[in-house]
Design a protein around this ligand. Structure first.
Ligand code: PGA
Length: 251
């Protein structure tokens, strides 16, 4: 039985004061959650703050990006070992905003994924199609290509240490959620594709849905057989919303 994972993706939001209030509320409200996992992926400058507030709580934390390199002359980059220094368990890899706005190719994403696995972090690998790709009936082929790039470098052994987030680009921050049936179809496609290589690992793999998840639609999405929780952007910045989404994953 897979355990659901709800992870917040704060993106480039927050301040020391705002984070302190939000993290404290989450720490109190989610102190006794069971049978699910929850985490927040915060901007890297706030990892120390996040670690100090969440250290004794069941809530995990992580980053939103990392370098594919271990160390060196890479101005502005953050390595996996730096994330480990601040107690990170998770790192989001290949978010569509990184792919679209920062030119991260499938190959760069695959290298980052491999570096995260090597360091012992759990990558949350984001895959998903744009609206144009969906309309051209290319959603599955795009996602297959994104997965194949990672599989070529890390194989199913890498997938065994990872989480996948299916995030249709057209649903991110738009208020347009994929219907539970639409999302379920893609999640089943991902699991079946990976099961061809290793049925056990595919069965155990946590596949989150992301894209305009909120308290009002979380329970229905999470009730689908292949949807194992969510990657939450906007709603993860509002304590009550994020707590309600976590509770929807528990029930
Ligand atoms: P959203 O973002 O929940 O605001 O749509 C999800 C994400 O980008 O991970």
């Amino acid at each position: 039985m897979r355990q659901k994972l709800v992870a917040g993706n704060w993106k480039m939001h927050g301040s020391l004061d705002e984070n302190q209030a939000l993290l404290n509320e989450l720490r109190i409200a989610l102190a006794d959650m069971r049978n699910m996992a929850c985490a927040v992926c915060v901007p890297s400058p706030y990892l120390a703050q996040t670690q100090s507030v969440l250290a004794d709580s069941p809530i995990g934390w992580g980053a939103q990006n990392m370098s594919e390199y271990a160390k060196g002359a890479y101005t502005g980059e953050v390595s996996a070992s730096m994330l480990l220094d601040f107690g990170c368990h998770y790192v989001i890899i290949g978010h569509s905003e990184r792919r679209a706005l920062y030119g991260e190719t499938d190959q760069v994403v695959a290298a980052k994924f491999a570096a995260a696995i090597k360091a012992g972090l759990t990558p949350i690998l984001c895959v998903g199609e744009t609206l144009a790709e969906r309309e051209a009936d290319m959603a599955e082929s795009v996602i297959a290509r994104q997965l194949d790039a990672v599989l070529a470098v890390s194989g199913m052994a890498g997938m065994a240490q990872a989480v996948i987030a299916y995030e249709p680009v057209w649903a991110i921050g738009t208020g347009k959620t994929a219907s539970p049936a639409q999302a379920q179809a893609v999640h089943a496609f991902i699991r079946q594709k990976l099961a061809v290589q290793d049925a056990d690992i595919a069965e155990r793999l946590v596949i989150q849905y992301g894209g305009s998840v909120k308290a009002a639609n979380a329970a229905e999405l999470f009730s689908q057989p292949d949807i194992d929780g969510g990657l939450i952007g906007g709603a993860s910045l509002v304590a009550d919303e994020f707590v309600a989404i976590c509770k929807a994953a528990q029930s």
